[in-house]
Design a protein. Sequence first.
Length: 132
Amino acid sequence: MTRRDEKSWSPYVAGALTGIVLILSVWVADKYVGASTTFVRTAGMIEQQFAPDKVKTMEYFIKEKPIVDWQTLFVAGIFIGSLFAAVMFNDFKKQAVPPMWEKRFGPSIPKRAVFAFLGGAVAMFGARLADG
């Protein structure tokens, strides 16, 4: 057993706790936990800086205002919390190509970047398609 395994959470415990947070979010705040809407709203906020009239007339942004709300803070909290945990457990490291990827697909940074972008685009498309 490596040192990393000793400080890892059980995926079952982490999954159960996540499920409890999701249930409490709906029960207490009547809000579903999600992130995909935040990315679309952030894109709208950025686009507002360049073409504010266009954003005001887009059907989606009439319904979902491009604003900073609880979901935006939730997504920021995920980033800040994971960064804090990685630094706290001395697990933070900068790497463009993780060892597992390099072993399977090679050390190419551009190849990794393209596939990471495409994977994110597919995941975002699926989330938006599911109205997430």
